[in-house]
Write a protein that binds this ligand. Sequence first.
Ligand code: XMP
Length: 517
Amino acid sequence: MDKKLENILIIDYGSQYTQLIARRIRELEVFCSIYPYNKITNKLITELNPSAIILSGGPKSVLDKNSPKLTSNILNLQKPILGICYGMQLLTKTLSGKVKRSTKREYGYTLINIKKKSLIFKGIKKNKIKVWMSHGDNIKKIPNSFSISSISDNNIISSIESKKSKIYCLQFHPEVFHTDNGLKIIYNFLFNISKIKNKFKIKNFIDDKILELKNKIKDKNIICGISGGVDSTVTAYLLSKAVNKNLFCIFVDHGLLRKNESNQVEKIFREKFGRKFIKINASNIFLKKLKNISDPEQKRIIIGKTFIELFEKAAKKISNVHFLGQGTLYPDVIESIPFFGGPTAKIKSHHNVGGLPKKMKLKVVEPLRELFKDEVRNVGKKLNIDKHLLLRHPFPGPGLAIRIPGEINKTKIKILQEADFIFVNYLKEKKIYNNIWQAFVVLLPIKSVGVMGDKRTYNYCCSIRAVTSVDGMTADFYMFTKDQIQELTGRIINNVLGINRVLFDFTSKPPGTIEWE
Ligand code: XMP
């Protein structure tokens, strides 16, 4: 990363919204990174040399004995600081103000009254704005030399500041979409208070990365696993800009891709990489290994293992390979704080092209590890990657295997591919595809009786899944209109031999997961 680039340090105290703070800052084209509070040391802060610091919210109370504290030299740095929720209370307590426990939690929308012309509210015309709150404790006494800049309709201090020391505190969450003018408040902190000048430009990012990759890889060879998804595609294109003649792309086709996908991926990559694109047709191998397997975890483990074996075999045939390119993104890198009950319970064994062989002893190269998904799409756009490829919904490594609960066979895969194809094309035709994070069909292991053209049918049911989400960590179901439901159901049943009943999945995540297995 460009050394001159100004950056914002976000210290994470465990809020569910911390990633959103980073997202908003990146939307404003400012570079930022998140570190958990317990990894922050004075040495790290010196190395990062941030232009400003943001303290996130968090689930703890500053009144608890073992609650997270402020890293000692943050206040001595004389950099602008924004404390959000827990961050506000932590600053208040550290600076000898008083925080009190509240019997009632303030959660959701609250109206606040802007009391004072403050830089943090610059450009906001209204005196009363709607904000998103999520807190128990609140401020009883503000620190000396601070002033109150807003108070909520519930009579709670909702923001304070010390203009002189450039410390601004908000009890509400400006990063949450539901806060009126939230982005403007963050803008004010970045540009009017912290005086950020150098924006993070995708074009500069690409130029810097290409140089960095060239210097790193030199005349050695690098292999890159391709899935046809956005992350691995953009990784490969970026690598090819830097070290085209040393790059080999390996695509393992497990036969569990969407309709026509394997051929599309092959066409695009063959054109670009010629003989250095290696495709392994392995659908029969995967089908054989998955025969009679219906347990979701077992399916995932078999697919992951077989994938790695085939990938390694292909890689061994290439000489002088020292590096492995991976499409890791920033959300995969951010360490979150497991406040509740220690390490998070394993829900699923994730498989993707990224999780490749440790024992191959290759150095991992992750050119996108500082970026969020939409930034990766922008890099892809700048690299002239086909728009349809870039805007495609995420697709899981184990593919359709985890969208066919129960045993898998060729017939089921074919039925699912057809139904999924009709569904996804319907969304594109109605121009709603890009409003949805992910949409797919699940083929259920249930047959039911129906009637078509006066004849009895006894066929499979499928379930339609469409969700909206920011990052796939939580998701809400997408609501179709009755007409859409009717039209979609008709199209699937009339065109897919083998399906006679369509169900709609209205489960959010949590408690559901996006995929069924
Ligand atoms: P879940 O089902 O865990 O999915 O709510 C969250 C997101 O992750 C995708 N997913 C995967 N992606 N390898 C991947 O690369 C996997 O093994 C895998 N499993 C789930 C899923 O499609 C959704 O976008």
